[in-house]
Design a protein around this ligand. Sequence first.
Ligand SMILES: *Cc1c(COP(=O)(O)O)cnc(C)c1O
Length: 219
Amino acid sequence: MSIQSNLQQIKTNLPENVTLVAVSKTKPVSDLMEAYEAGQRIFGENKIQEMTEKWQQMPKDIEWHMIGHVQSNKVKYMVPYVKLIHGVDSLKLLKEINRLAVKWRKHINVLLQIYIAEEETKFGLDEKELNEILNSEEVKQMTNITIKGLMGMASFTEDKEQIKREFLHLKSIFDKYKPLNAGNCQLHTLSMGMSGDYELAIECGSTMIRVGSSIFGNR
Ligand SMILES: *Cc1c(COP(=O)(O)O)cnc(C)c1O
């Protein structure tokens, strides 16, 4: 199967309110260009340097999403062009993103990553930490960011029931905090679902899926 037909296949069955992020990490620019030529404009990368190199080489109407874990000291390298940062999991990181966005006169959208996996290995906030961030006066004063939604990763398991539980848990948190929407807190996006589980994620309320290997092949 070609990249173009893989994309076509995924898009045919995608509900209108669900956005597809093509996760292109480790793949060469020629593969990304094949997806671009098939109409894809949103790409997700998890390493800043790789994203920067691809950004330099590719058309400028692409939306670049950072989907990986972000260290505060690396934010400066992506602020000039990143559109959405999916994995924000601390107040410290949020502060640094806003500080640099102010400096560069940019506006940056972020998703707060929530810890939903029953296994112990993933990054993310728990509900208490999320609540603190969304109610923080300091966050409300951040002029150059918008919190656009939440992101989560399910456990790496074959157990569909477990994955479903984790997705539904995230969806319930999303629905619970949405009424707080005001100012720079605008929870509209729920980023969950990857190649192996995006159909289930959509059933559970995902509005943004991050799909890599089903488009570009195994890494
Ligand atoms: C790599 C990655 C994906 C895509 O994974 P696939 O299984 O290849 O679709 C999605 N989200 C995150 C955070 C990733 O790191």
